[in-house]
Design a protein around this ligand. Structure first.
Ligand SMILES: Nc1ncnc2c1ncn2[C@@H]1O[C@H](COP(=O)(O)OP(=O)(O)OP(=O)(O)O)[C@@H](O)[C@H]1O
Ligand SMILES: [Mg+2]
Length: 423
């Protein structure tokens, strides 16, 4: 089979490495991929958002199955167009991807179907938003409606910060049209959990839970990033919590999307906070998370391509989806300065004694004159699997030391929060 994967980050590298394990796979193309994928895939310089070119490429290269990984092409209808061209594809249609691309839609969905979430109001006028903020309790959470590269959420500690957030999102339009409407919601306290799930619109199969580390600096300080590291499973996500989430959040969400005439087929990502009043939905994503995928897929024992094909053909209940009992840790190595200003173009070297059982996923790398160079904020992720979380963390850090580039930066405390979890 010839497979096409749309996207070019660490998440897509993890998907590609896993799909490669299927013996039916002959060739994998990554659009656009990145120079670090090496022999794992053939990278083709077509942007993930250039839907017309993606479809044209799929048509003329005998693609048997496509996986669309990032949010933007999904929200733009990449899966609709590929399927129209006769290419079976993994990922939600445009009408279902709205569950991530509009926070107003997802909050209203949760309210309409009594899915537990933070109390909220929607505003499309900055004046009305400020009137509401005058009489609110703090901290409070302000979210731009549309996609904003993970930066459209502001946790305001006081009224001044909240007013500034409204001004920058709604008046200065720092996120463009994404800020035409905003959601203002109650700040929820409690451990955060990410759960990815496979669903074909009928069956829902949650994957192993994970914990992201979004802030740039140790101790969860500094700016929000795309994610500096992850561990799986998330110790707070016990079997009881998982059952409660299945019953109150997962199944109701999939059934709500069906009732709305927007059946969700693909990977549904649930961002949760475990509050003292039970688990609450913080957000939905319509795709695999990055870097959650880099710890979840290494623990998947079943065949990823078979599962994805079963999701696409609405036969998910017929395939087995099994995860190992082990633990995984992914440490992201970034360019110093990320997520703000950083330099790129430094050579990346992987030492010959990089452990054979550790995994290296490239995100911001390019190949130039036979050398691998840094080419982004998050450069790569190193994942290790072990019997215990402690073991996985240790192994991941020791493997991360075998990969080097100038100006590198990583957090030194990935997994610490999970290891000290009081459950
Ligand atoms: N109501 C809330 N209470 C407390 N924290 C919140 C709340 N809403 C969001 N957050 C925090 O802000 C982060 C980002 O929020 P959210 O996930 O809605 O934004 P996003 O831009 O869609 O993020 P992502 O890039 O992960 O998709 C959450 O992971 C969570 O830590
Ligand atoms: Mg999101």
């Amino acid at each position: 089979m010839n497979i096409l994967v749309v996207g070019g980050g660490g998440r897509e590298h993890a998907i590609i490495k896993k799909i490669k394990e299927n013996s039916k796979v002959k060739k994998i193309y990554a659009l656009p991929g990145n120079g670090g994928y090496g022999s794992d895939a053939q990278c083709v310089p077509i942007a993930a958002t250039d839907i017309e070119k993606i479809v044209e490429f799929a048509r003329s290269n005998e693609i048997d199955f496509a996986v669309v990984a990032p949010d933007d092409p999904l929200a733009m209808g990449a899966v609709d167009e590929l399927e129209k061209a006769g290419i079976p594809s993994f990922g939600p249609t445009k009408s279902a991807a709205i569950i991530e691309s509009s926070k107003v839609f997802s909050k209203n969905l949760m309210k309409k179907y009594s899915i537990p979430t933070a109390r909220y109001e929607v505003f499309d006028s900055p004046e009305k938003a400020k009137e509401y903020l005058e009489k609110s309790d703090y901290p409070i959470v302000i979210k731009a409606d549309g996609l904003a590269l993970g930066k459209g959420v502001i946790i305001a500690e006081d009224k001044k910060q909240a007013f500034d957030a409204v001004d920058s999102v709604m008046n200065d339009k720092v996120f463009g049209e994404s800020g035409n409407s905003i959601v203002i919601e109650e700040f929820l306290e409690g451990p955060e959990v990410s759960v990815l799930s496979f669903t074909d619109g009928k069956t829902v199969v949650p994957m192993v839970s994970s914990m992201d580390h979004k802030r740039a600096l140790d101790g969860d300080k500094g700016s929000n990033t795309g994610g500096m590291g992850t561990v799986a499973p998330n110790p707070y996500y016990t079997a009881d919590v998982a059952n409660e989430c299945m019953e109150k959040i997962f199944l109701p969400t999939v059934s709500a999307m069906n009732k709305e005439g927007r059946p969700f087929i693909g990977c549904l990502y649930l961002g949760l906070r475990l509050t003292k009043n039970g688990p609450k939905g913080i957000e939905y994503n319509c795709r695999f998370g990055d870097p959650e995928t880099q710890v979840v897929l290494p623990l998947l024992k079943s065949d990823l391509l078979d599962i994805m094909m079963a999701v696409q053909s609405s036969t998910l209940s017929e395939v087995s989806v099994e995860f190992s009992d082990e633990c995984a840790c992914c440490v992201v190595k970034a360019s110093s300065g990320y997520p703000k200003k950083y330099e790129k173009g430094y050579e990346i070297t992987v030492s010959a004694d990089f452990p054979q059982d550790a995994l290296l996923y490239f995100a911001g790398a390019k190949n130039e004159g036979g050398k691998l160079l840094t080419n982004g904020g998050r450069v790569l992720g190193v994942t290790a699997v072990a019997d215990t979380l402690e073991g996985a963390v240790k192994k991941a850090y020791s493997a991360a030391d075998k990969v080097k580039f100038d100006n590198e930066y990583m957090r030194t405390d990935i997994g610490k929060r999970a290891l000290s979890a009081d459950i």
